[in-house]
Design a protein around this ligand. Sequence first.
Ligand code: ADP
Ligand code: MG
Length: 326
Amino acid sequence: ALETLEKVDTIVLDKTGTLTEGKPRLTTIEVAEGVDPEQMLRMAASLEAQSEHPIAKAVVDAASERKLELVRVTDFASVTGGGVEGRADGRRVLIGKPLLHSERKTGAMDALLKKAEPLQQQGMTVVFVAIDGQAAGFIGVADPIKATTAQAIEALHDLKLSVTMLTGDNEGTARSVAGKLGIDQFRAGVEPKDKHEYVTALRNQGRIVAMAGDGVNDAPALAAASVGIAMGTGTDVAIESAGVTLVKGDLRGLVKAVNLSRSVMRNIRQNLFFAFIYNALGVPIAAGLLYPVFGLLLSPIIASAAMSLSSVSVVGNALRLRRAKV
Ligand code: ADP
Ligand code: MG
């Protein structure tokens, strides 16, 4: 990974948990007519209690803050990069992004979708809840951008790297986050397999791609990238699929890794020079190259000094990396 990072020309970034805190908080509950918001939240939280997704945690936390008791869930299923479904209190509940609802043919979604638009334009993520196949309401969660992200993006642009954001989130939320960070390329509504395909396509174009992500949904793309970079705050499967882990989940670590890689590779080339220059000079002299004209041979004392100096130069030069500005 350290060797490849030097040559990276394209950076692909996941949004949730990578650019943002990944710890969304519930900020809005909106319900369709005749639905009790607490009741809806209770059912949603009961299901989400079984999901690993950051949005799920926001929903569960909100329910426990309101001291809502969760109910037993059966037939639970999770759609990675989409949402969750199951039965709570004997009723069929589906929570997730609009695409999942249209696949499951949830009724009466339109009014809620319209109502959610302004929230999404502010960068909020909205997940929709259906009960027994009918739209019941939506839950808006806000996931603040990490304090270190803007600086990291700026530094990546300074390194002349192409930066693209991929997210499973919707267009409006994605546009808002990308805009705030000055990321000019982004793709929204991306399925986990599309993230993988996107990275593979870039590589097929000959690009050297570093992909940073944190989620289960990012793992295939992390494995497909030239260098996968996992957030240490993310899921285990992402960490296992990646070559580099940014322990604190601070994206500035990616900039550091690229800079370190550039310094290391430059240093290795310098060291190759140091390793060979003593031999290139010493061996011909020892072999008698200068003897016929100058009567010069290499004394074994000097030869062994040169041998050691070669190591000293290499190690000394490598130690400079401790002070490399990364
Ligand atoms: P990202 O690429 O931003 O990390 P994901 O691919 O994990 O996002 O999720 C994409 C979308 O799927 C989310 O924005 C959300 O609408 C929906 N989703 C995924 N998991 C859940 C869940 N457990 N509960 C509700 N919605 C979910
Ligand atoms: Mg993520």
